[in-house]
Write a protein that binds this ligand. Structure first.
Ligand SMILES: C[S@@+](CC[C@H](N)C(=O)[O-])C[C@H]1O[C@@H](n2cnc3c(N)ncnc32)[C@H](O)[C@@H]1O
Length: 415
């Protein structure tokens, strides 16, 4: 073993140790083994080794507006998806979103010489780079295709595993059609603006989740792209509403900030004000949205601070809106104990504040023992699922209807 190689091995094992410490549990053996074998730096040439073997995503391509258009996903995200996919030797695998080619190289090891890996990349320059990295590493059996992954790659299918490594808004019919019997598709799915990585298996005419994990991804491009709508309010703008799933907005909403704010606090106090799956519980409210509050408007006293500067959960209705607020009541800067409240504007602002605060308090009480989410996807042509009308959330998209249920694990009560 030469010195450089020995150094790489140390860097890779360091990355895996930090990853296991961050997650509080070891990686699945097969995933740890392949991540120990494949040198990540070969796939992000030019990145310093602290980044190539760090725990963050490495952005490799930007668009004209300074928004990332391709990256090597964070190692924790890559490992988590591979664990959900449970890839086995001899399988045929389709990846959508080749990016740097790193995940495709890991997949090539997992399927071995008797399996196959096809990876599709939308951006031609990114696909060229992926091919180059895979060749430099020696993974020449991986097939890199330039195209729109929403259409799949029927010529190489059917696939035992399909992994989508860009954020999807719907499940493309081609992925279901190209899935082999007993196959599994793993994708980051956006529902009402909330993203979960879902491992789906076939169930009747549709799909049913076998695992659901919270994470974030670069959104899908091409025919499967579905941008969220941003609604700026007030000068600055002071506040921006982000709305998903084609929920309607009336022009009167644009004047909501002209009214006085209503602010109310709950008894809920938690580290970072975080409660598991609370976002999906709030997403059941009509007019659910994400609210970005401008820090300058907060500093100038024009608007109360939002719970999360990167987007607090909120609701809107007609000419009114409300969003979650938070204030530190205890703890430290590293682990602040935040009290949750809500702030509202417009004629129905106070009512919307009450809706949010009551919902937050109820979830805090009911979810204390843990929550297990299940997501089902059924084509429009099939009949509603048994119990669909009592589900936590039903979201009707172009190709599928998504049905979300959340079982409270401590009490086994469906909500
Ligand atoms: C987070 S990166 C993927 C990381 C990659 N798997 C790796 O190991 O480096 C997401 C990639 O998906 C690509 N992408 C987005 N929409 C796509 C589509 N419709 N078809 C194929 N690739 C797409 C993006 O261009 C980007 O390169």
């Amino acid at each position: 073993m030469d010195e450089t190689h020995e150094n790489d091995v140390t860097l890779r094992s360091g990355m895996l140790d930090r990853l296991a410490a961050m997650r509080g549990r070891p990686l699945a053996d097969d995933v740890a083994n392949v991540m120990m074998v494949v040198p990540r730096h070969v796939f992000v040439p030019g990145a310093p080794s602290s980044e190539a073997y760090g725990l963050g995503a490495v952005v490799t391509h930007w668009d004209g507006q300074g928004v990332p258009r391709s990256s090597a996903s964070a190692p924790g995200t890559v490992a988590g998806m591979l664990e959900q996919a449970q890839v086995r030797p001899g399988q045929r695998v389709l990846e959508i979103g080749a990016g740097t080619g790193y995940n495709a190289a890991l997949l090539a090891h997992l399927v071995g010489a008797s399996g196959s890996v096809t990876t599709i990349e939308y951006d031609a320059d990114v696909a060229t780079a992926a091919r180059k990295h895979l060749d430099a590493y020696g993974a020449d059996r991986v097939r890199v295709v330039t195209g729109d992954g929403t259409l799949g790659a029927a010529e190489d299918g059917p696939f035992d595993r399909i992994l989508v490594t860009a954020g999807a808004w719907d499940v493309a019919p081609a992925w279901v059609e190209q899935l082999a019997p007993g196959g599994r598709v793993v994708l980051p799915l956006r529902l009402r603006g909330l993203t979960r990585v879902v491992a789906f298996e076939r169930d009747g005419a549709g799909l049913r989740s076998v695992s659901v994990v919270e994470d974030g991804f670069i959104p899908m491009k091409g025919i499967g792209a579905m941008p969220e709508k941003n609604v700026p309010l007030g000068p600055g703008p002071d506040l921006t509403l982000r709305i998903d799933d084609a929920q309607p907005v009336t022009p009167a909403l644009l004047q909501a900030l002209d009214s006085e704010a209503t602010l109310e606090w709950t008894d809920v106090v938690a580290p970072w004000a975080w409660t598991p799956e609370q976002d999906f519980w709030l997403a059941t409210l009509p007019g659910f949205c994400r609210v970005f509050v401008n820090a300058e408007a907060v500093a100038a006293g024009r608007i109360p601070r939002a719970k999360d500067p990167w987007g607090a959960w909120g609701v809107y209705s007609g000419a009114s809106l409300a969003y979650l607020a938070a204030r530190q009541v205890d703890g430290t800067d590293q682990m602040p104990m935040l009290q949750v409240g809500a702030c509202g504007f417009g004629p129905e602002g106070a009512g919307l504040v009450r809706l949010l605060t009551e919902r937050v308090s109820a979830w805090q009480e009911h979810s204390a023992g843990g929550v297990e989410m299940t997501i089902e996807a059924r084509p429009h042509s099939s009949a509603p699922l048994p119990g669909e009308d009592a589900a936590l959330l039903v979201v009707d998209k172009v190709d599928h209807v998504f049905v979300v249920t959340a079982a409270l694990t401590a009490t086994s009560v469906e909500v």
